[in-house]
Each structure stands twice: as C-alpha cells, then as structure tokens.
Design a protein around this ligand. Structure first.
Ligand SMILES: *Cc1c(COP(=O)(O)O)cnc(C)c1O
Length: 481
C-alpha cells in the first residue's frame, strides 16, 4: 500500500509534463488540446495501473519522466491516425464483411468525387427546371440491365427488405418456407425483420423440404405476400426440396398474391460461366415473374453499400411512397458510385475486369500461383535463415454470406519465422501499419494473394522485415502502453 502511494506521489503533474513536452519540442506538430488530453489520459492510465497492480508488478511501472513522455508521444501519434483505415486483406475472403465487403471500381470512385465535391442534379429535373427524384439516376440503368418495370434504391438490403415488407405486408400475413428463415449475421433475422415491419410470419413446410401444396394450404384472405429468401450463408444438403421461383409465381398468380424474393447477394453475372456455382441472376428472377426483388449493392454486385428494390411498377411505386423511405434513403455519394458501377455492366468483359469483386472472384488459380511464386522468390532472396516461405494449395471464399459451399482454388503463401508462433506472427502483422490480415490454418500463418491488391505485396514484405527484426525468439516484451 505504501509502495503504491509512493509511486502515485512520484507521478509528474500535468503542467510539468506539458512544460517538458514543450521544451523538448515533442509536440510541435500537434494541436494543443490533443496534447493536453493525451497527457491527462496517460497519467490517468498510470494511476489506474498503479492502484490495480499487485506488488510483484509494481517494479515494472514506468516512473521516469522520459518513459512517461514516450507514452504520451505514442498516445498522440495514435490519436493523429485515422481509426478507419486501409487494411490488407490476405485472408482470401473476397466479400469480407469485417473488412468493408466490396471494393469500389475506379470509375465509381471518379464519379463519386465528381458528383460529391460539386453541386449536382441529385433532386433536380434539368429538363423541366423543377424538383426531381433521386432515383432517376439509377432507375433506367437498372431496368436496362434486369428487364424490371421499376426500381429504387435505399441504404442497404436489410432496409430494402424492411421497407418492402412494411409497405406490402403490414398487418397481414407473409408466407415463408421454414428452410428460409435466415439469420444473416449482425442480428438480421428474417422473423425479426418481419416482426418489426408489422407483418405476421406464417411458416410453412419443414427445415429441409417445402412443397407448393404447403404454401397453397397456408394462403388465406389475410395473405399479402409469398416471400422467398435466399439462403445465402448456409446450405441444406441431402433430402431437400424448395419450391422453384417459377412455380411459386404460378401458384401466387392463381391466388392473386404477389411474390417477393430477397436475393441477398444478387448478381448480374452468371458465375457458372466462370466455373462457379450456378446462382439465379437478377435478370432470371425478374423473368420468372417475381413482383418485388431486393438485393445488396456491395455483395456480388461489387458496388457501394445499397439496397436495391426492383420489380413490378405498382408495387415499387407503393414502396417509394412509404414515409419510412426517407429514413432509409440512399445518399448522393452512394448513388454516384452505384450508377457508375451499374454502367460498367453494359460490357460484361469490362465488368469482370474492372469491378474488383468480380475480378477477384473469377481470378484463375494460375494467376495467383504466379504472384505467390514471385513473392516467395523475393523473400527467399533475403537469405534469412529464420524465415521460411512455402507455397501450398488451398481455397479462397466468396464471403458476404454468398455461395457458402463454393471453393475457389488458390495458392497460399505460408510464412514461418523460426521460434515465433503463428499466433505471434499473425498478431504482429495485424498490428502493422497498415495492418496485414492473414489466416492461421493448422498452426501456420498463411497469406492468400487473391484478395491482396496490386502493389500491396511490397507492404507485406516491409511488414515481414519488421517482424524479423522485432520478433526475436525468447525476447519477452513488456509493453506498457
Ligand atoms: C446480406 C443479406 C441481407 C442484408 O443485406 P445488407 O446489404 O447487408 O443490409 C439480407 N438478406 C439476405 C438473404 C442477405 O444475404
């Protein structure tokens, strides 16, 4: 106890630290308010640590003014850096939900900057000189690409599903197959969204099998919608059966009930042409006669975060007039990026090569192997005995809750540093600036170059150089801050 009091007493005061910082010119480049805040934070943290430390640890607490000044300097440097920042995704998960999903195509970024740094006709009808609608910017291209009658966009697909259900099914019944009561993650669950929108969920069929007759038996005067949900992130295999979209539409037409489909990812490309699993495209769902379709802008579409709603005009117009639309509306930057992304799809070849998500999804293994060999060759040239680099076969993932069973064959680069565990290496790389996020499999640290962008190999190399320097075997570091 006495020892703690003694340590507390020895801590310098705010003013004396500020003076020392000024004298040593440690914060010439920092805003004054930030310096004061960092000094206070560090002192607070030290007080906390002294009071919380057991006696054995007391000796490790910094007590010299210089070490405290260094902590303040580190705190200031951290505060000057953005919280949201560039990360290198070496996991091989293309639509990585935790790392920003889709990367915008260059054309989308150019258009976004052009439109958002200047005034625009966001809601101005240039022909008539009167107020216009923000949806006109993307509606025509969406109709052209999908064959739908009408389209609109909101903030994200969760919002799109909610808005559509709220408009079309509030106070009435929506029939869904038990095999499609999806939870997407981030607490988006179809039954909960349904509840929030005021629609009553009527579950039909069983987990693995649902037949047209199951829907038919459940239809009453209170039925407002048959809902089909894409089981994006899981797959029921074995003795299974879901009703085909065409058959659901035929049945719904007999009872004059609309069909809505939440496609989740939603794609304008038939990926089976590129060796991936066959998924119904948006165009095919429209052709099958679905009345209302919803999907994300930043999953397989490869654009900005957005929720796209399209289908028959009568329904889209009703959804557009829902007052909740205002709360979910898309902003101009997203709209600009989305319009530019969608336009690329007019030329499918261009789409595959210039929309990063599509490019990465369709990348051939040989191309990844070539890059892997190049990286390995460069690292081998260092002649570092402690560094071992090897190539091995593996698979990348689509991610974004899409195509959960799809294997994308890849070549992984394994990295081992003598006497450094895979976990320690992973942690070091994650803490690098910019962070390099790889994966650990069978106790090995692996890099999947499929999702590593052009020029980022250089950063990985620099990161590994620092790792070799900083991660010395047997050097247990006591990091106080
Ligand atoms: C991803 C997904 C959503 C949610 O879309 P967001 O764009 O993330 O809001 C809803 N439904 C399905 C089936 C999905 O896969």
């Amino acid at each position: 106890m006495d020892r703690k009091q003694e340590l507390l007493r020895r801590l310098p005061g705010v003013d004396s630290l500020l003076l020392a910082i000024e004298e040593k010119g440690l914060a010439a480049d920092m805003p004054r308010g930030l310096v004061v805040r960092c000094v206070r934070d560090v002192l607070e943290r030290l007080r906390h640590e002294i009071l919380g430390a057991d006696d054995a640890n007391n000796g490790l607490l910094p007590d010299s003014e210089d070490s405290i000044l260094e902590m303040v300097r580190n705190a200031m440097e951290r505060a000057m850096k953005f919280n949201l920042k560039h990360v290198i995704n070496a996991t091989g998960v293309v639509i990585h939900t935790n790392m920003g999903r889709s990367l915008l195509p260059e054309k989308a970024v150019e258009h976004l900057i052009r439109v958002s740094t200047r005034y625009s006709n966001l809601e101005f009808d240039l022909a008539g000189g009167v107020r216009g609608s923000r949806y006109t910017a993307v509606e025509d291209i969406l109709l052209e690409l999908t064959g739908a009658e009408a389209a609109m966009v909101v903030n994200n697909n969760a919002g799109a599903v909610f808005l559509a259900l709220d408009t079309l099914a509030r106070g009435s019944e929506v029939i869904v197959s038990r095999g499609q009561l999806v939870e997407i993650g981030g607490s988006f669950r179809i039954p909960d969204v349904m509840g929030a929108s005021g629609a009553d969920l009527v579950e039909v069929g069983t987990t693995n099998r649902t037949h047209p007759a199951d829907y038919e038996r459940a239809i009453t005067e209170r039925t407002s919608l048959l809902l089909k949900v894409h089981t994006s992130n899981y797959s029921v295999v074995g003795f299974t059966c879901q009703v085909a979209t065409e058959d659901l539409v035929t049945l719904a037409n007999r009872f004059d009930v609309p069909v809505m489909e939440d496609l989740g990812s939603g794609s304008l490309v038939d990926f089976s042409r590129y060796g991936l699993t066959k998924e119904p495209t948006i165009e095919e769902a429209v052709k099958a006669g679905v009345d209302v379709l919803t999907f994300s802008g930043d999953k397989m579409l490869g654009g900005p975060q957005a929720g796209i709603i399209l289908g028959k005009r009568v329904f889209i117009e009703r959804i557009r007039k829902n007052p909740m639309n205002r709360a979910l509306r898309i902003d101009k930057m997203t709209l600009a990026a989305l319009e530019a992304t969608l336009r690329i799809y007019r030329d499918m070849q261009d789409a595959i090569s210039s929309i990063p998500t599509l490019r990465m999804l369709t990348l051939r293994k040989q191309a990844i192997t070539r890059r892997g060999k190049r990286l390995k060759k460069g690292l081998d040239k260092w002649n570092e005995d402690r560094l071992k680099v090897f190539l091995l076969d593996g698979s990348s993932r689509v991610g974004g809750g899409a195509m959960p069973l799809q294997d994308l064959p890849t070549t992984l680069v394994g990295i081992e540093i003598e006497k450094v565990s895979a976990n320690a290496l992973e942690e070091f790389m994650r803490g690098y600036d910019p962070p390099v996020i790889g994966r650990i499999e069978n106790d090995r640290f692996l890099i999947d170059l499929r999702t590593v962008q052009k020029g980022e190999e250089r950063i990985i190399e620099n990161c590994l150089r620092s790792a070799l320097q900083d991660l010395q075997p047997g050097r247990e570091e006591m990091v106080v801050d």
